[in-house]
Design a binder for this molecule. Structure first.
Ligand code: SAH
Length: 236
């Protein structure tokens, strides 16, 4: 078995969710990747099965308890389990296409989904959880963040996508955002397809696509553009 994920969550019924559809769903059925969920509440000790409590020091909201989460993590992640332990968290390093590739090549991941205000810091420290952020906004829980991250990873696993070549030119793979796409009909509401694309001249098509990718990246993402220009200088 290659990539296999175990998700620690209070909402296991959210999985596989969208990952059970389309290419990732077919690949899951075929066993190209694996997905398990662990209900954190099963590790609660009291009769109400409570998993959260009020924040030390006061303030709004609730915090997931360290002891219960640690029991759940220890039940899933045995000492010889090579999988990285990730915690979905707005405080983490931003998740990137590069990280998606690294994870897709590895044995999988143990993924902890936060809820409420987040989780007790002591379980992050003691279980060496690596915090991962999917973007600069706040979701109500880690589940959708985990699904988003897994979708980006799973499509990179060999055999999941029909046409691996199409992945190579995609936005973030080349350091550039991708060029625009066109298909039939040849005229839509008075707009034609750029002539070069129907010319059959592969060199010209390649050059046009590169120029468009560069223009779009320069206009929309100065951060990506300056890194791209910098990398080009290094190559020279
Ligand atoms: N109080 C926290 C936010 C808690 S949101 C803070 O200010 O940092 C509740 C849970 O949703 C988090 O524990 C985390 O698991 C998940 N979450 C929310 N936004 C996220 C993001 N951008 N990336 C990854 N996980 C996120």
């Amino acid at each position: 078995m290659g990539f296999s994920a175990n998700i620690l969550t209070l909402y296991p019924e959210m999985f596989p969710g969208p990952l059970g559809q389309s290419l990732s769903g077919k690949a899951l059925e075929k066993g190209l990747w694996g997905l398990e969920t662990t209900q954190v509440r099963d590790f609660a000790k009291d009769k109400h099965r409570s998993v959260d409590d009020t924040p030390a020091g006061g303030g709004a909201g609730m915090v997931l308890r360290a002891d219960i989460l640690a029991l759940a993590i220890d039940a899933v992640a045995k000492p010889d389990d090579p999988r990285p332990r990730l915690l979905m968290s707005p405080r983490g390093l931003p998740f990137t296409q590069k990280r998606a590739h690294e994870l897709a090549e590895g044995p999988g991941a143990i993924i902890v989904c936060g809820r409420f205000e987040g989780i007790d810091q002591r379980v992050i420290d003691s279980r060496q959880l690596e915090e991962v952020c999917i973007g600069d906004y706040i979701l109500s829980g880690g589940e959708i963040a985990a699904i988003t991250m897994l979708d980006a990873i799973v499509r990179l696993i060999p055999g999941v996508m029909g046409n691996m070549e199409s992945a190579d030119t995609e936005s973030f793979e080349t350091g550039l955002l991708e060029h625009p796409h066109y298909t039939r009909p040849s005229e839509f509401e008075g707009m034609a397809i750029p002539e070069v694309l129907t010319s059959g001249n592969h060199k010209k098509i390649h050059d046009w696509r590169l120029a468009e990718a560069e223009r779009i990246t320069r206009e929309r993402r100065p951060d990506l553009w300056s890194r791209y220009v910098c990398d080009e200088d290094e190559v020279d």
